[in-house]
Write a protein that binds this ligand. Structure first.
Ligand SMILES: [Zn+2]
Length: 600
């Protein structure tokens, strides 16, 4: 385990020009860990490689002037670095003086960068396995530590998961993308640079539809995806002593297990209006990566990390406000509150004439005090001195490869939502089901069990099953702390039978509710239990008539009152009949027969 003094750590750009030209000469063929499909998918095309080298050289010549030339609009489209609209907006030269007073209305501009840790057998460029919580520095090798003489090898699985997420986000997958080195110094970065993708990312120009839960106001929003690129993660510093943070610790321990783990960084357009939309986006993204099994999406283990850029400006002003980055929100709830807090903070400063106190910085969410606090000043884009990774050739994903990945993908949350809505399920039930893919699978199995068993009589139990599953059954799963509905003693076939009995009028919903606890406790066939207990609904008119007559005979006073005009007593008789039948009388039939008798 490496120990480091906790000296102040700052990022420093380092010039590696001579070193990089050396590396370029020694560039090695880009091999893929899993080589089975290598030939068909990632074929090395010498022509393309040379073309791209030329393009890269041209791009590098212009890279040093990126900011200046973009601001003055002289960059050609081909050379234009892919910036999100938010980043581009900062380049608008608009020095107009905009008066602000207490009545000024503001609008926020919000964009998100999410790092999704890809769930792959190995790290991105070496054979190391990674599991969260393993002993420090036990999952490392000379490649992910960047020892001299080692070469990165791109894992095919990483590419596949990256493409899957890109396709799910409706992105265009670049046929040729490339890797770049992003240099900075920090003790958790053993190589001194991160392999990332700068100007030719794997995925770009996508979008995602997010649904705001009804209880939070409802509605839908379409969020543009600027780009999604592959990169490797850094290690982790554990600060020891003091209160455990970098400023009070006595020393810090470096754990490099996470260094080199594959990430997909997803950058959105500034399409969000408030914290709720940000949170809804994060949740939908998490559902997608979980359905794809591309990531576990655990916020608290850092498998999904959202950095949100927030600025506000007076409505009507062209120039955007100063962008502040908020990070370290470890729940979606915290995300909503952090963003709304930050919008309010910036508006307040503007209104108080302290707009210049909003500086470009990274702020962290302080959950205890429910506010954002300064973490560090933000580094600019140019500080990283990106240059093409000399040890990796351009990544080629043919259209056939992408089509194949798409074909193998499971049904995604929005597709399942559409399917369930077509079944007529209420929105609330659809939301609850889609939240958990186990629930979706379980529900689908109930429906197919029903269509298998009810071949003679077509009974649609879709709504019945969704209702029981999302309410009583899910409540039981949670109360009993079961991992999934598959841990219930009732299997999908038995639940289908239960719903069939109700939907088919063989037992009432009330009887269903009464026997469910026993079924959940012991399992077994609901029909057998109903028959054993003699709970089948009485639907024979003659039998119901007998029950009604008995109730009327037992309550002569109430009958007289009813007949002399106190018709409100009908409810009393209905209740009495149902009780008399032990809850088994068919309610509709009982009602009909009772009315006939009462009126005669
Ligand atoms: Zn390694």
């Amino acid at each position: 385990m490496a120990t480091m003094n906790n000296t102040t750590t700052t990022t420093a750009s380092s010039s590696l020009t001579s070193l990089s030209s050396h590396f370029r000469r020694s560039a090695k063929k880009n091999e893929i860990n899993n080589s089975t499909k290598e030939a068909t998918i990632f074929h090395q095309r010498e022509e393309t490689r040379q073309q791209h080298q030329q393009q890269r050289r041209r791009r590098r010549r212009s890279a040093t002037t990126t900011n200046a030339s973009a601001a003055s609009g002289t960059k050609t489209a081909g050379e234009q670095l892919q910036l999100s609209a938010l980043e581009q907006s900062e380049l608008i030269d608009d020095t107009e003086d905009f008066p602000i007073d207490a009545n000024t209305k503001f609008e926020p501009t919000i964009g998100i960068e999410t790092h999704v840790q890809l769930q792959t057998k190995t790290k991105a460029f070496c054979g190391c396995q990674y599991s969260y919580g393993a002993n420090a520095n036990t999952q490392i090798c000379p490649i992910c530590m960047g020892h001299p003489g080692t070469y990165p090898k791109l894992s095919e699985e990483v590419v596949e998961k990256g493409v899957q997420i890109g396709v799910a986000l409706n992105c265009k997958i670049r046929e040729v993308s490339k890797f770049d080195r992003k240099q900075y110094f920090y003790p958790d970065l053993p190589k001194g640079y991160q392999i990332s993708q700068f100007d030719e990312p794997l995925c770009e120009h996508g979008n995602i539809k997010v649904v705001i839960p009804v209880e939070e106001g409802g509605g839908e929003a379409t969020i543009g995806i600027t780009r999604a690129h592959l990169e490797e993660d850094a290690g982790k510093l554990n600060h020891v002593g003091g209160s455990g943070n970098v400023s009070t610790a006595t020393h810090s321990l470096a754990d490099y297990n996470r260094a080199g783990v594959a990430l997909l960084e997803i950058v959105t357009e500034p399409d969000f209006k408030n914290g709720k939309e940000v949170s809804a986006y994060g949740q939908e993204l998490r559902r997608i990566v979980r359905y794809l099994k591309a990531s576990d999406g655990n916020l608290n283990e850092g498998s999904m990390r959202c950095d949100v850029n927030v600025s506000v400006k007076p409505v009507g002003r062209k120039r955007f406000g100063t962008k502040v980055e908020v990070k370290n929100m470890n729940s979606f709830n915290a995300m909503t509150r952090a963003i709304d807090y930050e919008i309010e903070r910036q508006e307040k400063l503007y209104k108080e004439g302290r707009g210049d106190e909003i500086v470009q910085e990274t702020r962290t969410w302080d959950d205890q005090n429910q506010r954002t606090v300064t973490m560090r000043k933000k580094e600019g884009l140019a500080d990283y001195r990106y240059f093409p990774e000399p040890d990796l050739n351009p990544l080629v994903c043919s259209q056939a490869y992408v089509a194949n990945v798409r074909k193998e993908m499971p049904e995604l949350p929005n597709e399942i939502r559409d399917r369930y809505k077509a079944l007529g399920l209420p929105n609330g039930d659809v939301q609850v089901l889609v939240e958990d893919e186990n629930l979706v699978r379980f529900y689908d199995e109930i429906l197919s069990a029903n269509s298998r068993s009810s071949e003679e009589k077509e009974v649609n139990i879709s709504k019945q099953a969704a209702n029981w599953l999302t309410n009583d059954l899910l409540a039981f799963v949670k109360n009993e702390k079961l991992a999934t509905p598959y841990d219930l003693k009732l299997n999908p076939e038995e639940i289908a039978e239960f719903c069939f009995l109700i939907e088919n009028g063989e037992i009432s919903g009330k009887i269903g509710k009464d026997i469910l606890p026993e079924l959940l406790l012991n399992g077994g066939s609901p029909r057998a239990l109903v028959e054993e207990k003699g709970l089948m609904q009485i639907s024979d008119p003659a039998e119901i008539e007998k029950i009604v007559q008995k109730v009327l005979d037992m309550n002569p006073n109430q009958l007289e009152q009813y007949r002399s005009g106190k018709t409100k007593l009908k409810g009393f008789f209905v209740g009495a009949c149902l009780r008399e039948s032990g809850g088994r009388a068919n309610p509709t039939l009982t009602d009909e027969i009772l009315m006939q008798k009462l009126e005669n």
